[in-house]
Design a protein around this ligand. Structure first.
Ligand SMILES: Cc1ncc(COP(=O)(O)O)c(C=O)c1O
Length: 370
């Protein structure tokens, strides 16, 4: 169905930035620059500078960023990694695939790791904490890093949703040994297919990631250092991401934040709605997703759909209920409640104030009618 307010509008995005996107693609194709060329190196340099790390390594997905960060940090079988269940499955799959055990803990009101639960999850086998900066809100990294330091644990950040978000004066992806990003098309910085990157200040980890993505080869010497993967960020993708990052990205984040403010002004005080404007003066959110919470989730979603408004749910079943994932049955009441109550409203750099007002008006009429 054609929505009056789509969740995101990929066609509009392309139409608006066509000249830059086509220019970047044509430049690569005209010169035959397909694999590991200047465009990738430029993008990596700009991304590292943006995030505030020494290195960035372009990869073919956020999943591989997580998996290679864990491998490069030396996480292996028998180790435990503490993370959350309320995340995209790739976070947990990356831990499983390196042979380690994911120890899932609950999230707090702001959908991020509940740091009050963190210490109790740490055992002698714990090697790392893997916080997820969900919906574009960086976890409380003062507290998290101090717990990690106290216990001698590594921190690998799942910053897949957090490019452009900050905690204090640092950006998500610059606190731990590695930050892991995704450039899936609907992320704040989206490519035209899958893509990802690791950011790090750790030279060894950067070298490891550069080799492992290229079947283990050191491109300068031709030496194969490991059995690796074919997992490089395509040069053409990098060229497109680079022009978006350097020319438009900051303005897109400002726009998302302005639209989030508009939602907040319109939706405040309606029914049992809980809005994502959580108090912590140190957070600067990118609003990758604008997530509201209500006990009437399913009927509100149906009402919005009938009004031509597309919404999504991240995620409607707790991860551990998918038995094939073999995650047991952890007791995580907040994650469970969230899966029954959240709705992600339309949010993108292309969303207009008029569209926000339409969504607000529809939600108001839902609660007035109720
Ligand atoms: C929180 C989180 N972690 C990891 C990923 C995995 O990224 P990708 O889809 O690029 O593999 C995503 C992407 O959807 C994500 O949202």
């Amino acid at each position: 169905m054609a929505y009056v307010v789509p969740f995101v509008d990929a066609r509009k995005h392309y139409a608006l930035y066509k000249q830059d996107i086509d220019g970047a693609i044509q430049n690569c194709l005209t010169n035959g620059d397909m694999i590991y060329r200047k465009h990738l190196k430029d993008f990596e340099e700009h991304l590292a500078a943006y995030v505030g790390t020494k290195y960035a390594v372009g990869l073919n997905s956020g999943y591989h960023a997580l998996a290679f960060a864990l491998m490069g940090a030396g996480i292996t079988s028998g180790d435990e990694v503490v993370t959350v269940a309320h995340t995209f499955v790739a976070t947990v799959s990356a831990i499983v695939h390196v042979g380690a055990k994911p120890v899932l803990i609950d999230v707090a009101e702001d959908y991020n790791m509940d740091l009050a639960k963190l210490k109790a999850a740490i055992t002698p086998r714990t090697k790392a904490i893997l916080p997820v900066h969900l919906n574009g809100r960086v976890c409380n990294m003062d507290q998290l890093m101090s717990i990690a330091d106290e216990h001698g644990l590594l921190v690998i950040e799942d910053a897949a949703q957090a490019l452009g978000a900050r905690y204090g004066d640092k950006r998500g992806g610059s606190f731990g040994i590695a930050g892991c990003f995704s450039f899936y098309p609907f992320k704040t910085l989206g490519g035209f297919g899958d893509g990802g990157a690791i950011t790090t200040n750790d030279e060894k980890l950067a070298i490891f990631a550069r080799r492992i993505r290229f079947n283990g080869e050191d491109r300068e010497t031709g030496e194969y250092h490991h059995h690796g993967y074919t997992a490089l960020l395509d040069n053409v993708q990098a060229a497109v991401l680079d022009v978006k990052l350097t020319k438009h990205f900051d303005q897109w984040i400002s726009h998302r934040r302005a639209m989030a403010d508009r939602y907040q002004k319109g939706l405040k005080g309606l029914g049992d709605l809980r809005l994502p404007h959580f108090a912590d003066a140190k957070n600067f959110d990118n609003y990758q997703n604008y997530v509201i919470r209500t006990k009437h989730r399913d009927s509100l979603r149906t009402f919005l759909k009938e009004a031509g408004i597309e919404t999504l749910v991240h995620w409607s079943r707790p991860m551990w209920e998918h038995k094939g994932l073999e995650l047991g049955t952890p007791d995580l009441p907040e994650s469970l409640a969230i899966s029954q109550e959240v709705i992600s409203l339309p949010m993108s750099a292309e969303l207009t104030p008029e569209q926000v007002d339409m969504v607000v008006a529809a939600i108001k009429s839902y609660f007035e009618r109720a």
